[in-house]
Ligand binder design. Structure first.
Ligand code: UD1
Length: 347
């Protein structure tokens, strides 16, 4: 019988792409989402891509223990991939209680319920934000974490530690929990079908949605935050990872858990390309693949931004047998196709 994977936050940007790849790999998937930061179109897109109308969907908030408990009673869950969290860095600074409450309580509930139902594998969606402004680049999983720059970042560090401690404690108990944290670099792009992609509410905080919305005419002008960094062109360096490549890393991690291949009960992997690309370079690459001349201007640095961050993905490449495959150009083309699809749909 196929293993069953619960994807919490499965209707969102990364969760929907992961659901597609899990189904393609033959897993049974249950999706839970409270729809607080997405609409049903993401899940509809997943059904269209996979041709599966029967994916169980729970509109629940993981902060509600009873709802999560009910889901685990109705399904024998073999692994959870936990995405259900708030992710806007700036908002987390102004609303820390909302962020700490939501991101921590939902994860604690998942762990508590998993334990109550006999234990399972837990994959936590972490972030390269835990490295802060690293002195050493590229960063490996051994690079020390730095104090987070925001409550959002803090919740990622805290959830990693919670998972580590729960794995340690349950290793000698009846209900064992094994854990993997995947530290994402900068996920961008959309599914090649253009049926699912990033759907920011309001003004986008992240670079690529801002670029594509400017190109389509929804935003007037892209502000490039800082061109006076000590980098080659003065703009920040990031490791932009294609969302489908990223989704495949989750499938590889889940297979590692189910295959008994983990070397420790709790493991961490960097999920990046290992290739730094500057913000300005990304803008020019976008202009090339889209054929659109982008309206942009340089403005002062954004508070809290790190100058440069990119991954050493060797550990994931070797241990997960996973590697980022798509080029930045292909990924930007997919983001553009998605923006055009949205424009067409909303006409
Ligand atoms: C941020 C978070 C990261 C989170 C990710 C996805 C931090 C330090 N980073 O990454 O944890 O996982 O978002 O939500 O908290 N830029 C512009 N103009 C724009 C938007 C962005 O120039 O309109 C620049 C930024 O200054 C930055 C780069 O583009 O140098 C990438 O920004 P963004 O997409 O927001 O991601 P990060 O800040 O790297």
């Amino acid at each position: 019988m196929a293993k069953k994977v619960l994807v919490s936050g499965g209707a969102g940007y990364i969760g929907s792409h992961v659901t597609v790849e899990l189904i393609a790999a033959g897993y049974d998937v249950v999706v839970a989402d409270n729809m607080s930061n997405c609409d049903i179109s993401g899940f509809e897109g997943v059904k269209k891509i996979t041709g599966r109308e029967d994916i169980p969907f729970y509109e629940i908030d993981c902060c509600d223990f009873a709802s999560v408990d009910k889901l685990f009673t109705e399904h024998k869950i073999d692994a959870v991939i936990h995405f259900a969290a708030f992710k806007a860095v700036g908002e987390s600074v102004s609303e820390p209680i909302k962020y700490y409450y939501n991101n921590l309580v939902s994860f604690l509930n998942i762990l508590e319920v998993a334990k109550k139902h006999g234990g399972c594998n837990v994959l936590f969606s972490s972030s390269a934000t835990v490295y802060g402004e690293s002195k050493v680049l590229p960063v490996t999983e051994q690079t020390p974490r730095m104090p987070a720059m925001s409550p959002y970042g803090n919740t990622k560090t805290m959830c990693e530690d919670i998972l580590r401690d729960v794995v340690y404690a349950t290793s000698t108990q009846d209900a064992v929990i094994k854990g993997i944290a995947l530290r994402y670099f900068n996920p961008i792009g959309a599914h090649p079908s253009a049926l699912i992609g990033e759907l920011p509410r309001g003004v986008p905080n992240n670079l690529v949605p801002y670029i594509t919305q400017t190109a389509i005419g929804k935003r007037e002008c892209l502000s490039i935050f800082g061109n006076d960094y000590p980098t080659e062109d003065g703009t920040c360096l990031r490791d932009f990872i294609d969302v489908t490549d990223l989704a495949k890393a989750h499938v590889a991690a889940v297979a590692r858990m189910f295959g008994g291949k983990m070397k420790k009960g709790y493991e961490i992997f960097n999920v990046g390309t290992g290739r730094p690309v500057s913000v300005y370079e990304l803008v020019t690459k976008f202009e090339k693949v889209s054929g659109v001349k982008l309206n942009y201007k340089f403005v002062p640095r954004r508070e809290g931004d790190v100058m440069a961050l990119w991954a050493d993905p060797t550990f994931a490449n070797e241990e997960l047998g996973w590697k980022a495959e798509r080029t930045v150009e292909e990924t930007l083309a997919s983001a553009w196709a998605w923006e055009k699809y949205l424009a067409e749909k909303n006409k």
